[in-house]
Design a protein around this ligand. Structure first.
Ligand code: UDP
Length: 329
């Protein structure tokens, strides 16, 4: 039988690369696409020798051409950390608008099923807690996070429109904070920031008073949820995340314990529009996908720390891993 063919955009990124691994393991033919602004070839280079894997260095904000049939498209291309989308706001808006339009157009031409990566950021600084899929959110369109939040909201609207008006098979996953190996050490997100600081012997930087909360999901759990959603027949958005909520102050203390550092916590200004609380309500994922996270934060953090500890020493001191310069127009 012919292998199923899947296109993964953002394939060299943190989540994209884990998706490539999963679909290769499930014996798909994986077509990986990335423009390598924030993604890194290192995340997928182990797949290059495989016959069932091909890579296109392409920016999906431009017309996408993929020869042959496609059964599935996973749209994961986008800067995703606050630091990244502050540095490249226009590209963030373009990939969420032009990029999704190209993906949906390609899906229509190929009669493929599309799954798009949305985010808990569509809920903004939420006034409903925990967040259910029915909540419409509290987003400041012109604040610093607006470029990401509104791009993702537009992406959901466009995807539903293709579903409703063109009958395209679509799936929408709203991803909550996820962590694990292959996060970029210097992408500004809290977990690599804290672990990097601990490994370099620097103070741990908590923004604000640390009372804001997040709920962290280990990457393997998230990937399993996404695969189940792709194969389900549910077209509306589904939250995937781990409801185990923790304040950033307590999280800093967990990282200090995990890494055995004796660094102190220092407090910095809270970024504008930083959500005060975040926890997914995962009732839908439980009932529709029979999914819930299995990996505890303490186990997931150990696995992640192991990864960061084994990185070559010079990685620890690199300021950036991005290729922004060549893309900023
Ligand atoms: N944060 C922090 N110190 C850091 C980096 C982040 O206290 O060095 C805080 C940040 O203000 C936010 C939380 O940690 O409240 C999670 O930030 P992240 O950038 O990981 O993702 P977000 O969930 O805000 O998109």
């Amino acid at each position: 039988m012919d292998k199923k063919r899947i296109l993964i955009t953002g394939a060299a990124g943190f989540l994209g690369s884990h998706l490539c691994d999963r679909f290769i393991a499930d014996e798909y033919h994986v077509i990986a696409m990335d423009n390598l602004i924030t993604g890194r070839l290192k995340n997928i280079e182990h797949l290059f020798p495989l016959e069932n894997f091909e890579f296109y260095n392409h920016d999906v904000s431009n017309f996408i051409h993929v020869p042959g049939k496609l059964d599935y498209i996973l749209h994961f291309a986008s800067p995703a950390s606050p630091i990244d989308y502050l540095k490249i706001p226009i590209q963030t808006l373009k990939v969420g608008s032009l990029g999704i339009h190209n993906c949906l157009g390609l899906a229509r031409a190929k009669k493929a099923r599309v799954l798009i990566a949305s985010t808990s950021e569509v809920y903004g600084d939420p006034e409903v807690h925990p967040q259910t899929e029915e909540y419409w959110g509290n987003v400041n369109p012109i604040g610093p996070r607006g470029v990401y939040d509104e791009a993702k909201r537009f992406q959901e609207a466009m995807t539903m429109a293709y579903h409703t008006y063109h009958g395209l098979e679509t799936r929408i996953v709203r991803i909550f904070n996820t962590y694990g190996p292959r996060m970029r050490l210097n992408d500004g997100r809290v977990l690599p920031a804290f672990i990097g600081q601990a490994l370099r012997g620097e103070d741990i930087t908590v923004f604000g008073d640390g009372s804001q909360t997040r709920s962290f999901c280990y990457v393997d759990d998230l990937i399993e949820g996404i695969v189940r959603l792709l194969h389900s027949d549910y077209e509306k958005p589904v939250n995937i995340g781990n409801p185990d909520e923790i304040s950033i102050q307590d999280f800093a203390e967990e990282i200090i314990k995990l890494t055995g550092t004796d660094q102190k916590v220092v407090y910095k200004d809270l970024p504008q529009n930083d959500p005060k609380q975040r926890q997914p309500n995962i009732d839908k994922a439980r009932s529709i996908l029979n999914w819930e996270p299995k990996i505890s934060r303490s186990d997931g953090l150990k696995l992640t720390y192991q990864y960061f500890k084994n990185l070559p020493e010079d990685e620890l001191y690199k300021k950036d891993h991005y290729n922004f310069e060549k893309f900023i127009k």
